[in-house]
Design a binder for this molecule. Structure first.
Ligand SMILES: [Zn+2]
Length: 406
């Protein structure tokens, strides 16, 4: 009987090897693997974990895209994250463990186990021998596995990189509770966390993992609005927006919010590219950082643009994401005006703005203050403007996340 099963298994394997591997939801042919290998040899795919590129062993197959899913050798990435990767030869399966989560992927199976629960896979784990040296690499779908372990996974087109953010583990310094200065907001409950630099509402468990994309407006060849008093006293929007976004990211990350920053350097993306990147990253909230200007020097203050949008099936932001841009805009606006002391220009439904109508998720544009107004301009030149702006947006986002995900 055992022999019969072995023979049948052999036959199935032989059929699989010659005619392509057929799985429940999907069919992976040898030609798909070959095509993926050839394409990725021409256009290599990189892998970055928390901003650092992951390198692979020489003998390993480099990341390969098969049926629009990226497969990678498991060990390099998940061990760099601090996880454990083991191979079970009897069951032909890869076990990846990180924190309290275990993901089991069996070669050729369209089902994976996440802490014992069965999940569908679009592309299974595969053994690929790219250089016919009979040494196969075990390749596993990176997005599925990393997300199952609590990472955020995005794709950066410019560098052809799978961008992975490991689960946020905020390091909150412990502060002596006798120090009265740390309780300035009068809140005595447990629902605030205190760090040395700022106080924020504690993020709900249910809000963790909701991805916030930060877009710093303009950049590179596009300087945005420019304010000046005279030729030597000039300030452009792009100079302001980049450090504000970077600071905002730091604040959000330290509070445990999952983030993805569209750019960290002075480079230019089109509005469509920005929206596309947020869509590809699977974001829940899109925040675009800007500052304002006008032909006249009179207008001043803070305003936020949002777009109460519906998808093609008539579903609202609330239906699709459980949170809506109007509420986020209002929360951020309240914090901005409080923090900067600027004139409150209110929130405005602005469906005509590209980043608001080309993004799928709730999105807002923050317009901090007017470079074209003299008193706003003086405020924006001060060193603490960046920090006050970033902190206010962070607080508004955390408040919105907590209200939406309880
Ligand atoms: Zn702008």
């Amino acid at each position: 009987m055992k022999k019969t099963i072995a023979t049948i298994t052999m036959i199935i394997m032989l059929i699989a090897m010659t005619s392509g591997l057929v799985y429940a939801g999907t069919t992976i042919q040898q030609s798909d693997i070959k095509e993926g290998l050839t394409f990725c040899e021409l256009y290599p795919v990189k892998l970055a974990l928390d901003g650092k590129e992951i390198s692979f062993l020489q003998k390993d197959v480099p990341p390969v895209i098969i049926k629009e899913r990226t497969l990678i050798p498991a060990r390099a990435l998940f061990e760099a994250m601090g996880g454990k990767v083991t191979w079970n030869n009897d069951t032909q399966s890869v076990h990846v463990t990180y924190d309290d989560t275990e993901v089991v992927l069996t070669i050729g199976s369209d089902k994976a186990l996440v802490n014992g629960q069965s999940k569908e896979l679009e592309v299974p784990a595969l053994i690929i021998d790219h250089d016919n040296d009979y040494y196969g690499s075990t390749m596993i779908p990176v997005r599925f596995t990393a997300e199952a372990l609590g990472c955020n996974v995005g794709w950066e087109d410019a560098t052809r990189s799978v961008v992975i953010a490991s689960p946020a583990k905020p390091e909150i310094p412990i502060i002596d509770s006798k120090d009265g200065d740390n309780n300035q907001n009068g809140n005595t409950g447990n629902d605030w966390d205190t760090s040395t630099t700022w106080q924020y509402e504690k993020l709900n468990e249910a809000a963790k993992g909701k991805l916030v994309v930060i877009d710093m407006g303009h950049g590179g060849k596009d300087s945005g609005s420019i304010g000046h008093k005279n030729m030597s006293d000039e300030l452009s929007e792009k100079e302001l927006n980049l450090p504000i976004g970077i600071k905002l990211n730091e604040y959000l990350k330290s509070a445990g919010v999952s983030t993805y920053v569209l750019r960290e350097t002075d480079i230019y993306y089109t509005l469509l590219e920005r929206a596309q990147k947020a869509n590809d990253a699977g974001a829940t909230i899109f925040i675009s950082i800007h500052n304002n200007s006008s032909e006249s020097s009179a207008p001043n203050g803070t305003e936020i643009l949002y777009n109460s949008k519906k998808n093609t099936e008539g579903k609202s932001e609330m239906d699709l994401y459980g949170i809506q841009s109007k509420d986020i805009a209002q929360n951020v606006q309240n914090e901005m005006v409080k923090s900067l002391g600027t004139h409150n220009r209110g929130i405005k439904n602005s469906p005509e703005m590209a980043v608001l109508n080309k993004t799928y998720m709730p999105a807002i544009i923050v317009e901090g203050a007017f470079l074209s107004n003299e008193s706003d301009f003086e405020m924006m030149k001060k060193a603490d403007y960046t920090d006050k702006y970033a902190l206010a947006v962070a607080k508004g986002i955390i408040k919105s996340l907590n209200e939406a995900y309880k």
